[in-house]
Design a protein around this ligand. Structure first.
Ligand code: SF4
Length: 763
């Protein structure tokens, strides 16, 4: 404690002296973190929590023993993940005690991106931000400040702050990751959808490398499926770990998944392989779908996707035969293209056409409390619905959002406001967007790193430099923080409590959110506290009607003390029995537990879908004439260029964990994959330094000459080529893929495009 106080004293001194220096020369800010390890304290037993080393949010247990060490393991109560964590999850406490971590608020004193800062107190930081936000409000209007928060809990706090301040421009990170498939499932099923990989007999995977872009439960389920003899088809332009484990690998032409899927649907319909009974009973829009794919014959589409027509037809027949234990995986990421929403809708329709929905080994609808309770009678117990504290009405905003969600003719009308189209922020700062009578002047960014994660890095930096205020809250001086006016030190996930979460798979589930394992280091503070304290400084405390996070959680569970205790003790809870609507055995078990649900069972012993499944979207047709499926060829590259694609590494998947010491030791400089024939033509040998360039950027890397990639394609791992010099281990290493990508976004979903043309030469 004595040393902690003396360190604080030093910081105060640095602050009052208004020290102007690079961070590494401010001892006690980043440099003296090892010292702080002497002071941590925590529980003497495992505390259930949620990992935050990537977005998969695995359930974990973390232990602090005698103040000497922390161990992280998977939560044994979580059957889906089997009580396991990946390498990133296991390195969580390495992030916690990283000497390069930010533990005090810092303010820019040089030019943006110059790396000159001074340490300030929280009060100085809040006063500065509140004053600047007020100035922008007076000059341009509160609506000209965008608020981005990466994930659920931070969205709760900072989106609340944004709307209380008067801005409608609230965003998550979704448009750089899952938005296309989220929108596709909302449009087709009016519900979230998951996949029962473990029980499937046939899986088609269009380049979701679950063994590196890891989702532990998916990876385990894929292995289970392979072990029981399932056939797994990988459509990936490179031989990823997924492709290597698959039964067949078909290196599809980058960005040409859609023509493959359209030909696949054409075959299912033309050869009468689809499930007529299922389609007639539960779907609408089949005739429009049939008409829309009529021209996309396998022979014609084979020329586009580079997979022979006979192979496409053979796969469609095998898929239909394996149904309902068949999955066309809609995937987390594929080679993102201008027709991303169309692609994800088309993939999901394959499963619908063969009736592989709500059955073992197929797709199933995510059943949150609301969905599940629909099938229960009044007298049966219901899955608890989490509540939110009552917040006063937000000030009315006269201006549209930059993505115009909420306007009836918005191209992005399907997206939810809390997700928004974050990829439009740079454009909305630098240009006038149609129908948007203003430009953005400020950006408040909580645990999001758009400089690293959004396409066309140069445009993102240009937009940031044009803004009047950029605030970043992070655990480190990220690539985005590097250009900010003020950087607020967030707690790591091991130092904070969060709100409870409700979700649903086959039945409703709840998790504890994150639980504090150790006290926050230095001056780091959790998001709930920062948003609340900043609101108080801005005179907006009425919008934060809770004392602290414990009070917030209590309000969430209402009087359900049992759920509160279960969540805190075990980290997770599920409710009731699993339910698959089209599976007779599952329905019978559900009715046995909830007898009043018998009235919902049809003459076939199953339960009907609550909505028609849409094979044609009247809403998309109205807004963009894209109700039916269609394929629009896109020129990704010039004739003398190669396709450039990226993917995730198993140990450094995300933009934010690239500087982790342990993960760096495992993988510190990813090479660019290039085919031997292409390498020979360009005079490149394995390990040569190379230059990868196009009209957007030039990047330097090392060549990995391998047959595991198409001749016309080069591949690099995402999450390299960091720009912030405060990320000392990762700075400048490897190729920054996003700098090479185009600033254009995909229609109706705003996804970044992840296929582009590049030239490669020896450096
Ligand atoms: S996949 Fe790994 S890093 Fe991601 S949440 Fe799970 S354990 Fe953590």
């Amino acid at each position: 404690m004595t040393q902690m106080l003396s360190r604080r004293g030093f910081i105060k001194l640095s602050s009052t002296a208004a020290a102007v220096a690079s961070l590494s020369s401010i001892p006690g800010t980043l440099g003296a973190m090892e010292e702080s390890q002497k002071h941590y304290k925590g529980n003497a037993k495992f505390t259930p929590s949620i990992c935050e080393m990537c977005t998969s949010s695995c359930t974990i247990e973390a232990r602090v023993e005698d103040g000497k060490g922390v161990f992280i393991r998977g939560n044994p109560a979580d059957k889906g993940r089997g009580g396991k964590v990946c390498a990133r999850g296991g390195s969580g406490f390495n992030q916690l005690y990283d000497p390069q971590r930010l533990v005090h608020p810092i303010m820019r004193v040089g030019e943006r991106g110059e790396g000159k800062w001074k340490v300030v107190s929280w009060d100085e930081a809040y006063t500065f931000i509140a004053k600047k936000l007020d100035e922008i409000k007076q000059k341009h209007g509160a609506h000209t400040v965008a608020f981005t928060a990466r994930s659920g809990w931070n969205k709760t706090w900072f989106h609340n702050l944004a709307q209380a301040y008067g801005s409608p421009n609230i965003f998550g990170h979704e448009a750089t990751c899952p938005l296309a498939y989220d929108l596709a499932m909302d449009d087709i099923f009016e519900n979230g959808v998951s996949r029962d990989f473990a029980k499937a007999k046939y899986i088609i995977n269009p380049s979701h490398n679950v063994f590196e872009g890891i989702v532990i439960s998916y990876a385990r389920q894929y292995m289970e499926a392979l072990e029981h003899g399932a056939k797994v088809i990988s459509l990936d332009p490179r031989l990823s770990t997924m492709a290597a484990k698959a039964s067949e690998w078909h290196p599809i032409k980058p960005g040409h998944d859609l023509p493959f899927v359209l030909a696949f649907i054409h075959t299912l319909i033309n050869e009468n392989l689809y499930n007529k009974k299922f389609v007639e009973k539960y779907c609408e829009g089949f005739d429009e779908l049939k008409a829309s794919v009529a021209e996309y014959t396998p022979e014609k589409m084979a020329l586009e996707c580079d997979i022979p027509a006979d192979t496409i037809k053979r796969m469609a027949r095998e898929f239909a035969k394996a149904a309902p234990k068949a999955i066309f995986d809609f995937c987390h990421r594929v080679t993102l293209t201008p027709q991303e929403l169309e692609l994800r809708r088309a993939i999901m329709m394959c499963n619908v056409l063969v009736g592989a929905v709500e059955q073992e080994g197929g797709y199933y609808l995510n059943k949150g409390a609301g969905f599940y309770n629909k099938f229960l009678g009044e007298t049966d117990a219901k899955a608890p619905v989490l509540k939110k504290p009552k917040i006063p009405a937000y000030p009315k905003v006269e201006f549209p959002r930059i993505d115009r969600i909420g306007e009836k003719d918005s191209e992005f009308f399907l997206a939810k406001k809390g997700n928004g189209i974050v990829t439009l922020i740079p454009k909305a700062t630098l240009e006038d967007l149609p129908g948007v009578p203003y430009r953005l002047h400020g950006w408040f960014i909580a645990r999001n790193n758009p400089v690293m994660t959004q396409s066309n890095t140069e445009t993102v930096i240009k937009a940031i430099k044009a803004m009047d205020l950029v605030v970043v809250m992070d655990i480190q001086v990220s690539d985005t923080a590097w250009y900010a006016d003020i950087v607020l030190p967030d707690t790591t996930y091991l130092e904070r409590d969060e709100e409870f979460n409700a979700g649903g798979g086959k039945n409703p589930t709840y998790d504890v959110g994150r639980q504090k394992v150790v006290e926050p280091i230095g001056e780091s503070r959790p998001g709930w506290r920062v948003a609340k304290e900043l609101a108080e400084k801005m005179g907006l405390s009425a919008y934060f009607p809770y004392k602290d996070i414990e009070d917030y959680r209590l309000q969430q569970v209402g009087d359900n003390i049992d759920l509160l205790a279960r969540l805190k003790a075990t980290g997770m809870a599920s409710f009731g029995v699993p339910l698959l609507l089209q599976d007779k055995k599952s329905v019978a078990a559900f009715v046995a537990k909830y007898p009043s649900a018998a009235s919902k069972v049809n003459e076939e012993g199953t339960i009907d879908f609550p909505h028609k499944i849409k094979l044609f979207s009247p809403e998309l047709e109205t807004v963009s004439k894209k109700g039916a499926l269609s394929y629009e060829p896109y020129k990704y590259k010039e004739a003398d260029e190669l396709y450039f694609i990226n993917g995730k590494s198993a140990v450094r998947t995300n933009g934010h964990n690239g500087n982790n010491l342990w993960l760096n030791n495992l993988c510190d400089d990813a090479s660019v994959w290039i085919h031997p024939k292409t390498a020979a033509r360009l005079g490149i040998s394995n390990g040569d330094k190379i230059e990868v360039s196009n009209k957007y950027a030039t990047q330097k890397g090392k060549a990995l000459v391998t047959k595991g990639v198409r001749e016309d394609t080069v591949f690099a791992y995402f999450g390299f080529g960091h720009i912030s010099k405060e990320l000392k281990r990762a700075y400048g290493k490897g190729v920054n893929s996003n700098s090479l990508y185009s600033p254009h976004v995909s229609a109706n979903c705003g996804m970044n495009l992840h296929v582009v043309g590049v030239k490669v030469k020896k450096a």
